[in-house]
Design a binder for this molecule. Sequence first.
Ligand code: NAI
Ligand code: MG
Length: 360
Amino acid sequence: KGGKLLVLPGDHIGPEVVTEALKVLDIIEEYSGAKFERDFDLCGGSSLDKHKDSVTEEVLKKCENVDAVFFGSAGGPEWGTSQPNPESGLLRIRHRMQIFANMRPCNFASKSMVRRSPIKEGIIRGVDFMLIRENCGGAYYGNKIEEEDYGCDPWEYRRSEIERVVRVAGALAMQHDPPLTVWSADKANVLASSRVWRRIAHEVFDKEFPEVTLRDQLADSLAMLFITKPTAFNGVIVTDNTFGDILSDESGPPAAPGHKPTLGANSAGGVIGLYEPVHGSAPDISGKGLANPVAQVLSLAMMLRYSFNMHEEADLIEKAIANVLDSKEDGGLEVRTGDLGGKAGTREMSEAIQGEVKKL
Ligand code: NAI
Ligand code: MG
């Protein structure tokens, strides 16, 4: 059990929260007997400072020789005008590794998080889905045309691009017994690329995942139902780049009630898995020990689950986080960072999570 990791902490709070997440990994190693070899390197502003590039060829090569990349966050105002910009390092890793399936979980392990949500408790209680966004194709890539009076973004999908991403959804559904339902969101009523997507998705499921129910849903109506009846989509949702971009932000308030930047792990799987929190490098609070480590630790749990098949350990970490977030409601001490209305610092919050992991 275990494997090889490339750790890219990045800039500002990236290293602060990555350090804390790796302490949780130490505990997991002890508890499970798994061993994770960790190689640390630079990406983003720190790489620009040292190598005048947001990511080096050497680091890109390293990505090809590990089981997973554990990423913090990159960027900051001090590199504002530099070319390339620090964030391009991450984009280049994603592109090189063809990290085509971006996974955004939405569930409510924590009672206090449910209560903080801008959406009514009765509507979001019990929501539990995984949104998978195709991340290497569609309208965001291809040969763009930009002229004075004309702009064009070709919205293209090839068979291979559709097959590989819907397969991730099918495999995920099959990890459950009975298998989860998969929804494929498209606009097959108006877009040719969506009609091809829909047809190929069904071909793949009929052939490779006959036990899984695949249902089609128009992306606009899905967007509405996300707000009024999100539990209807418990299971797996798979969708293209554009719809996925919008729907994943829409699932932000339920996933991380009221403060998308601080919760919810965002992971992307492709040739290898790359795991990172949704939030950025938060330069406004860096160096002060105030950053909330929860999203980074949740990214660690996703890495264990999806790159190393360590479901029990991932469950344990998620449960530990929910316990810490709910400890006040449960009559215990409040341990919360400032973004959650508490007074705890990064270390204190992290130690509370580590303590819970050890207890469970
Ligand atoms: P951000 O997510 O870094 O910060 C937005 C707000 O949320 C800030 O007030 C920040 O203090 C707070 N916040 C974020 N994470 C937090 C945490 N863990 N604990 C407590 N508070 C937290 O987004 P912003 O300000 O738009 O971007 C800052 C920098 O990060 C930029 O250079 C941006 O390009 C970069 N960025 C990098 C990403 C990545 O590496 N994947 C993703 C998003 C932004
Ligand atoms: Mg977006």
